[in-house]
Design a protein around this ligand. Structure first.
Ligand code: ZN
Length: 489
């Protein structure tokens, strides 16, 4: 009988800090610049060049640590991690080893109703390596772009607390969200500013001792993390079931083939000959710095969702869509605040929140998607609030608002201007609507008879006729009321 095994998963995340300059020099961290244009003696590792830590990067790492419940060390050390590779001109990477900046945090996740608290062992600072390029036309040569070399990174190491690929994926999503809302990482997996390695092992169910772990590299999307871990769990299980032994090694995920391959047998920490970097003094962080970072820490996504539900009455789904990115939630919040101020008709915070949530989720997000704008909303939050306010007082219909929004986005004009220029104003004049309804009732006696003998569906026919006659600009609520009055009266 096959034994049952329990997967044990820990994750190491490298998250790029959102500083404008590198970790130990003043070079720009801009993405996509021509190769080797953001370099200097320090990040090229030229002899005699001395590193100076980026204070902004230290502050951001502290903020991230506080968001993840870590303890920040007042004294930590930079260390040299020694290895040879073409993308590492110094032959060592400046990292932290024995005394990391932050330790002992946690992150709560929930998968299929099961909550789990994942421990965070440490969050340390380090510099990124350069990038090896293998361009077509280079005759098989490898070229090195040092622009990325020296970019500030945080390495976030979790405890091996996850028990399934789904939990690992959820942990990563939550972590990315927290780092983005803490304003320290852009969460961009495609550009490599949020990267993950996974350590996976199996042990017989019920056993305490951990099995041999395999490190998975090159997993650069949430989907691949899940697939790569699922694949690795199955692979190890079949090795164990057939009486074999899992080798400690590093494997790389191959996207095209949906399987992993051996990269190298696993190195141990001692292989890197870590030692304190003699060029860098102890990193000293005062309690005042920690207090300042705590004060700068913005509301985190889980707190936001709870507030959207309790104070604004949004559903869990709406709250989660609106907190999918800091840019969206800040847009939503400004829009709601502006609507409360701008609307002539007094609204409760719940009403304002609901109106803005609906419009942003339907129209704004759809527009961004179809136009391929990412998160660059072309209409400011206060302009959108003006538009929603116009709908609210009944000057235009919700349907027209969509058209007006598209125009605002395309032309940069204010809602009132678009409405005026397109002559879109909704007909809310009762005498106009009454006149139209009376005319239609006289023109369609047969349908009136049907309605009066109980076929209430005919109402829809009349509504359609009024809308057609007014080119869709009649206030639908008033049309309905007027029709009922005439048909039933
Ligand atoms: Zn530099």
């Amino acid at each position: 009988m096959a034994r049952t095994y329990e997967p044990v998963i820990g994750l190491e995340v490298h998250a790029q800090l959102l500083t404008r300059s590198k970790m130990f020099c003043g070079c720009s961290t801009e993405f996509g610049a021509p190769p080797n244009t953001h370099v200097c003696p320090v990040c090229l590792g030229l002899p005699g060049a001395l590193p100076v830590p980026n204070g902004g990067a230290v502050e951001m790492a502290i903020r991230a640590a506080l968001a993840l419940g870590c303890t920040v060390r007042n004294r930590s050390r930079f260390a040299r991690k020694n290895y040879f590779y073409p993308d590492l001109a110094k032959n060592y990477q400046i990292s932290q080893y024995e005394l990391p900046l932050n330790e002992h945090g946690r992150l709560e996740i929930e998968v299929d109703g099961v909550k789990r608290r994942v421990g965070i062992v440490r969050i340390h600072l380090e510099e990124d390596a350069a990038k090896n390029l293998h361009p077509v036309g280079a005759g098989g040569d490898t070229l090195v772009d040092f622009n990325r070399g020296g970019t500030p990174l945080m390495e976030i190491v979790s405890d091996p607390d996850m028990r399934s690929a789904a939990e690992a994926e959820e942990y990563l999503r939550k972590l990315r969200e927290i780092l983005m809302f803490a304003g320290v990482n852009d969460g961009n997996l495609e550009e490599g500013s949020f990267r993950c390695d996974a350590n996976v092992s199996l042990r017989p169910t019920g056993q305490k001792q951990l099995g041999t772990r395999v490190e998975l590299k090159n997993i650069n999307s949430f989907r691949f993390v899940r697939k790569a871990i699922e694949y690795e769990v199955m692979r190890q299980q079949s090795v164990l079931d057939s009486g074999g032994i899992v080798e400690q090694e590093t494997r790389a995920w191959n996207v095209e083939q949906s399987r992993s391959f051996t990269m190298r047998s696993k190195e141990e920490a001692m292989d890197y000959r870590y030692f304190p970097d003699p060029d860098l003094p102890e990193l000293v962080v005062s309690d005042e710095m920690i207090a300042r970072a705590r004060a700068q820490l913005a509301e985190l996504p889980a707190e936001k969702r709870a507030r959207y539900r309790s104070a604004l009455g949004l559903t869990e789904y709406d709250a989660s869509v609106l907190t999918s990115h800091p840019a969206i939630s800040s847009y939503f919040e400004s829009c709601t605040n502006e609507l409360l101020k701008a609307c002539e008709k007094p609204l409760s915070p719940q009403q304002a929140g609901k109106r803005c949530a609906n419009f942003i989720q339907s129209e704004v997000m759809r527009y961004l998607k179809t136009e391929g704008l990412g998160l660059q909303v072309p209409v400011t939050a206060s302009r959108l609030a003006e538009l929603i306010a116009i709908v609210e007082i009944g000057a235009i219909s919700g349907k027209m608002a969509k058209e007006v929004f598209a125009q605002m986005a395309a032309t940069g004009k204010a809602a009132k201007k678009v409405v005026e220029q397109k002559g879109l104003s909704q007909i809310s004049d009762a005498s106009v609507i009454d006149g139209e309804v009376e005319r239609l009732i006289q023109a369609h006696p047969e349908q009136v008879e049907q309605y009066r003998s109980g076929n209430k569906k005919v109402l829809g026919f009349f509504v359609g006729q009024v809308m057609k006659a007014t080119k869709g600009s009649a206030n639908p609520k008033m049309v309905n009321e007027a029709l009922r009055k005439y048909l039933e009266g």
